[in-house]
Design a protein around this ligand. Sequence first.
Ligand SMILES: Cc1cc2nc3c(=O)[nH]c(=O)nc-3n(C[C@H](O)[C@H](O)[C@H](O)COP(=O)(O)O)c2cc1C
Ligand SMILES: CCCCC(=O)C(=O)O
Length: 398
Amino acid sequence: MAKTDLEVHDDKPLTIAEFEAIAKTKLKQQVWDYYVSGAEDQISIQRNREAFTRLIIRPRVFRDVTKIDTAATLFGKEYAFPVGISPSAYQKLVGGDGELDVARAATGRKTLMILSTNATCSCEDVIDAAGGPDAHFWFQLYVSQNREKSARLIRRVEAAGYKALAVTVDTPVLGNRINERKTQLILPAPLSLPNMEDTDPDRSKKPSLNRELLQATNRQEADRVQEAARERGLLNDPSLTWNETIPWIRKQTSTMKVVVKGVMTAEDALLAVEGGADAIVVSNHGGRQLDGVSSTVEALVEVVDAVKGRVPVLVDGGITRGSDVFKCLALGADFCLVGRPALWGLAYDGRRGVEMVLDILERELSRTMALSGARNLQEIQRGMLGVERRDGFGIAKL
Ligand SMILES: Cc1cc2nc3c(=O)[nH]c(=O)nc-3n(C[C@H](O)[C@H](O)[C@H](O)COP(=O)(O)O)c2cc1C
Ligand SMILES: CCCCC(=O)C(=O)O
């Protein structure tokens, strides 16, 4: 029997790029556009990837690399390898059981999952799918204008067994996503957002208010959406500040760590540490928020140097190879996260697809370590990296 194009494509993918190509053929155009796009000219998405190609590995050899240990510890929990899954919204749109499959894969591979506030599965079901609170998952928090609502959500995820809140700080409003404005994302009827309280019975037939605001083409329209939303507390709160917000979150929880996700400068990293954050995620939201910012690996250097080991530093954005993970760790990151690659795995084959993606990253990282003479994560040092000189020939040590 003749194979269809999809079947030909469907030979076991060996790289994240191959998973992405397959996901493109499987997902509906609108869903693909939503997942793949960034803001405006997508410069920061491109930069996230390109920055990795500028970093050159300086391998050490003859070091007995029979045993490679990739274990990484965060907040006292040991994960099998230093690649977890970034929070991304609406995973049931991609396929399978959405967040439940991602959770099963993360537990199956003994790594971290961060669940989005905008998940299509409840925070309790995700912990159940992960096999209970031993999974050590984190919950990503968008703070709503209605603080009582956010306080209830924090109490709920704490009771469910999440170990940390990753507070997203780069989304006071949505970035200018041209694709999304052209093909609006509306959650199809059977899907809902069970972690968000929304009293509007028709909400699933409409774009979210964050997205309505993105559609506003003049100030009057924007003011009207903001005004309507304020009453119901359905927008991300744009008034968050370092002084007020972390202390407020701390008051709502006695057990969870507070992580800030979306820091891109040394200045903010210092404010985060001084303000009592327990960890920092260097992130530009996968290039979906402010376009024109640096790549996350570029920002990672200044953040690591400012933080000086006082709290763990995580990073995401454009990681598609184990060697990218190696480069982030060499620059001083404690842990890496992937957003879209996990979604491409989910589109490929639910839980199994996500596990395959994690396996590729783990195998590539282990191999890069062996070939660079690093037997464990501590041996991955900044001196193992150089950067291509732009003012001459050769490699400048970092
Ligand atoms: C489709 C999509 C939805 C996302 N939704 C969220 C979200 O709900 N909350 C959040 O903090 N970050 C969200 N992010 C950003 C990711 O957590 C992460 O920072 C980013 O995807 C990392 O880049 P990568 O996709 O290149 O790995 C989303 C990213 C994508 C691609
Ligand atoms: C309020 C934002 C929801 C999802 C999100 O973070 C994204 O699409 O990047």
